[in-house]
Design a protein around this ligand. Sequence first.
Ligand code: NAD
Length: 331
Amino acid sequence: KPLRFAPVGLGDISDIFMRACAQSNKCKVTALVSGHAKEKAPKYEALYGISPKNVYNYENYDEIAHNPEIDAVYIGLPNSMHAEYTIRAAKAGKHVLCEKPMAISSKECQQMIDACRENNVKLMIAYRVHYDPMWQQIRKLARSGAIGEIQGFQGGFYGIKMHGWRLNRKLAGGGSLLDLGIYPLNAIRWFTGEEPDHFAAQVATKIPGPRFTEVEESIEFNMRFPSGILASSGSSYGENGPAYLSVDGTHGNLWVEPAFYYDGLKYHGTTIHGPVSGISPGKQPYQFVYEADHFADCVRYNRTPATPGEEGLKDMLAMEAIYRAAGAPIA
Ligand code: NAD
């Protein structure tokens, strides 16, 4: 029996997630939650065979508690709404797969973890990179000694995003760091298996005009890990730049670029065994299929997700430390 989802917020990412569920035999979309159900729901009802009686809005959302055709919600809302809709789902007894960033403060992340624990539901943060077999292979290689001891990382995710809720501090909680910089940050933490304990950072907004009055356009940050690993990374909404990660060892290097897109990913490197390279094992939304399947298995077999709420909290704590180091406001 597949895990039955209600996506909450029918924007870009929920659309991709629903396509992933359609490709999975472990997951199924059986309900919808939308503030614009009249306009958005009919298309998805037709595509995925969702009953109109399973369509909710933000006001009657808590009623999902009484719908046995919903096992879990997928939170695809603006960042500042993740906490409220996760906690309400937990109280309704539904499992939660929540998009990144987990929330807009570590305090909210902790409240989400507590609510899910108290209501005995699973909480997983949708870090799709962790579920990509190509990324799993690169991480295994990096940690196997194939490039010697890991000494450092460089990375970044730079793109053009200059509209909508992402530029509104109340909804986004921060700028490009929470949206894009979180990818190299999370990948670096995942690869090291350590938590950074020293930070340095700079934020800047170069583009004139009203677009970046509330959140930062660009950020560069450095982190030091307890083992001595140094990482240098950044993100921007205004630079048409790369999405990459470089893993530097004493005896080799792994270079992933593009690293954080939905597909078309590539890596190459030099190791003590010789050259290595690889590409994405599928087309979008393949990462979301692996991610959704993992979550379904966690619910079915009562396992802890590989990226639980605690993982989202650790990123949030690091991002708060990065903003603090930059002297930038924190949500
Ligand atoms: P989007 O703008 O396309 O969708 C947001 C949805 O929230 C829309 O359906 C919108 O109607 C709804 N919404 C409800 N209240 C709103 C309000 N007050 N203002 C604006 N929208 C409101 O955004 P998206 O790109 O789908 O991002 C949603 C979440 O998914 C974000 O947290 C984002 O960080 C995350 N995301 C993750 C990935 C990934 O690869 N994992 C990619 C993109 C976005």
